[in-house]
Design a binder for this molecule. Structure first.
Ligand code: NDP
Length: 246
């Protein structure tokens, strides 16, 4: 019994991939789930239907994580709709791969705003509503701790910043009984990183298990952290990466 029945979750970037799998899993475990999306309105509606099929309430919010106002507003909308917030999952992320000599300030600002500032803003806004037992779960990357080639500098830097965010949140919110944790996926078969892309074999070569993971593998760990099972885990980094950093 994971005890998230009746709790309210907000997942950023829930229209596709790891976010969509997480929304579905939290709903299966009994939570009402709000989620943001940016461009994929049709896909978001499909996710809403999955939540409803699980017998839970759903709310899809169009909110570009590049906008701090949109991010904080998505927290307010969730609380206005469901009356509370118990679980925040900072999942929305973007990748701008490029060599240090080629990246622009626009690349820097976009990646840092979506991958870092949005997680900070959402966590700050959520902290005003979370009560004892509250959860902040952020999706990092195995690239935060292991960079296997060129072109990752901006993405890996943005994901490493989430380690500091998570440890700081754990300290700031621990006295209130709220946990904060970071989940580092390895190569997961999504539209961001398809298992049949030109770089997939290179990615697989770094994985101890030799295969890509599925979005549901990450969602299962988020559900573990979100529930009673995660009550004594905070400030932690958990790799769901098939041994990518082993
Ligand atoms: P996908 O590209 O498959 O899905 C991304 C999701 O985030 C979509 O729902 C998308 O919504 C949303 N999103 C993207 N940009 C924004 C934005 N600016 N504002 C709001 N929502 C946005 O990615 P994954 O599921 O693969 O990745 C999810 C997280 O996992 C990311 O943080 C990523 O960095 C991390 N990760 C993924 C790995 C992988 O191998 N797949 C490995 C390591 C980490 P929409 O389509 O509506 O714009």
């Amino acid at each position: 019994m994971n005890n998230i029945s009746g709790r309210v979750a907000l997942v950023t970037g829930g229209s596709r991939g790891i976010g969509a799998a997480t929304v579905a899993r939290l709903a299966q475990e009994g939570a009402d789930v709000a989620f943001t999306y940016n461009q994929s309105a049709d896909r978001a509606q499909e996710v809403v239907e999955r939540v409803k099929a699980a017998g839970r309430r759903a709310l899809a919010i169009q909110a570009d994580s590049a906008s701090a106002d949109a991010v904080s507003s998505s927290v307010a909308q969730t609380v206005a709709e469901f009356g509370r917030l118990d679980i925040l999952v900072n999942n929305a992320g973007t990748a701008a791969f490029g060599h240090i000599t080629e990246l622009s300030m626009a690349d820097f600002e976009h990646v840092m705003n979506v991958n870092v500032r949005a997680a900070f803003v959402a966590s700050q806004a959520a902290a005003a509503h979370l009560d004892t037992g509250g959860r902040i779960i952020t999706i990092g990357s195995c690239a935060a701790t292991r960079v296997t080639g060129q072109g990752y500098v901006l993405y890996s830097m943005s994901k490493t910043a989430l380690i500091g965010l998570t440890k700081g949140l754990a300290r700031d919110l621990g006295p209130r009984g709220i946990t904060a944790n970071l989940v580092h996926p390895g190569p997961i078969d999504t539209e961001m990183n398809p298992a049949d892309s030109p770089v997939a074999d290179e990615n697989r070569s770094h994985v101890a298990l030799g295969t890509y993971g599925e979005a549901t593998d990450v969602a299962a760990t988020v559900a573990y952290l979100a529930g009673e099972s995660g009550r004594y885990v905070t400030g932690a980094e958990i790799a769901i990466d098939g041994g990518y950093v082993a």
